[in-house]
Design a protein around this ligand. Structure first.
Ligand SMILES: Cc1ncc(COP(=O)(O)O)c(C=O)c1O
Length: 374
């Protein structure tokens, strides 16, 4: 039976939450209500909007298990937050950054841009060892200042053991940065358990929100190390200091928000997060992994299909990648799109990324469509 929050059209099977998700009904309602209020009252209810902004920070605090809502900045996207860290740290020639060779460009380009300062970006081959964390550790030396990794790799679905990496980094005084876009909203996340210094994610994937609004978590100590790279009224401690008088930087993560907030996005994303938090992230994660296991088993058992994702790792994600025995993945992708199976071409095959609400019937149908390509 369809989930009441996802009244998607009957001719679609939506398995693309690792790319851009559909909005829950309550999110679409929140956007309509915000638009209606704007057209009738303008910003007359701005104080209520500010309450919604505070609520969203608290929702992120809960989702991340952050010590304080002050550790949460609302940013444009993951790439912006990664750039804040890369451009903000005081680098010296000879420093290096350790990462992997599976990163999305957003977790590669900001670090590679430091090459002109003599900073080296080292990419571990995560498939070179049984435990991918060890491939990262092997590249660390006395000049390593930061380790940056996607909590779940976008193309393979490989999920990293974050507490283990965090512990390793803490023992060596290395900063730990996590691109959590493929985790937040799909699986449980705990910034304190993984001892992360910086964590970032966007709202439009597993968090079921709109594009253009993401989260940037930093600890109080870590953010003090960042030189600010954007300036504006909203980052001041006294946000209403409009006159030309001395000002102080906001002590919290709001220092990374230079100007007016994305209020429309805030109303939408807060509604989306309310669904995830009401459902409970333990339940969401269990459902995501159950669907992932189910899909992997169905694909592995199908004579026409080849499962590319790993089935052995105890750490599971929402991403399944596979290909066809005989047809190339481009043709398979076109066939799936034409038949209403919304998915992506990634990782050398087709990526399915079902969320907690997808039905098992949909999963069966999607596998049948994939096998039926001509
Ligand atoms: C792992 C990962 N990081 C970053 C991004 C891009 O994020 P944003 O558009 O929020 O900068 C993506 C998008 O697919 C991704 O999969």
């Amino acid at each position: 039976m369809k989930h009441p929050e996802f009244p998607l059209t009957d001719d679609l099977i939506y398995l693309n939450h690792a790319a851009v998700a559909p909005w829950p009904k309550r999110t679409s309602d929140a956007v309509i209500a915000f638009a209606a209020q704007n057209s009738r009252f303008g910003s007359h209810f701005y104080l209520d909007w500010l309450k919604k902004e505070t609520e969203l920070r608290r929702q992120f605090q809960t989702l991340l298990n952050a010590a304080s809502a002050d550790d949460i900045a609302l940013v444009k996207n993951t790439s912006e937050a990664l750039s804040f860290v890369a451009s903000g740290l005081p680098w010296q020639a000879g420093d290096n950054i350790v990462s992997s060779n599976q990163e999305f460009p957003s977790n590669r380009l900001p670090w590679q841009s430091l090459a002109d300062q003599g900073v080296e970006f080292r990419e571990a081959d995560l498939s070179s060892t049984d435990t991918p964390e060890d491939a990262l550790f092997a590249l660390v030396d006395g000049q390593t200042r930061l380790l940056t990794i996607s909590s779940i790799q976008f193309a393979s679905g490989l999920r990293m053991d974050l507490p283990r990496i965090g512990e390793f980094c803490k023992q060596r005084g290395i900063l730990f940065c996590v691109d959590a876009i493929q985790s937040l909203g799909a699986v449980q996340f705990d910034v304190q358990a993984c001892r992360a210094d910086f964590v970032m994610a966007d709202g439009h994937k597993w968090l079921l929100g709109p594009e253009g609004l993401g989260v940037f978590y930093s600890t109080a100590e870590a953010r003090e190390r960042l030189k600010l790279t954007q300036y504006g009224w909203h980052m001041m401690k006294d946000i209403h200091n409009y006159e030309n008088v001395p000002w102080e930087i906001h002590p919290g993560a709001r220092r990374f928000e230079c100007g007016s907030p994305n209020m429309l996005g805030i109303h939408a994303l807060s509604a989306s997060l309310s669904l995830l938090l009401e459902t409970g992230m333990a339940t969401v994660e269990a459902c995501v992994i159950e669907r992932n296991d189910y899909l992997k088993a169905a694909i592995a058992a199908h004579p026409q299909l080849i499962l590319l994702s790993d089935r052995q790792s105890p750490l599971k994600s929402g991403i399944v990648v596979f290909k066809h025995q005989r047809h190339d993945s481009q043709a398979l992708y076109r066939h799936l799109q034409q038949n209403g199976v919304v998915c992506a071409l990634r990782g050398g095959g087709i990526r399915f990324s079902p969320h907690f609400y997808n039905t098992f019937t949909e999963l069966d149908q999607a596998v049948e469509w994939a096998a039926a390509v001509r």
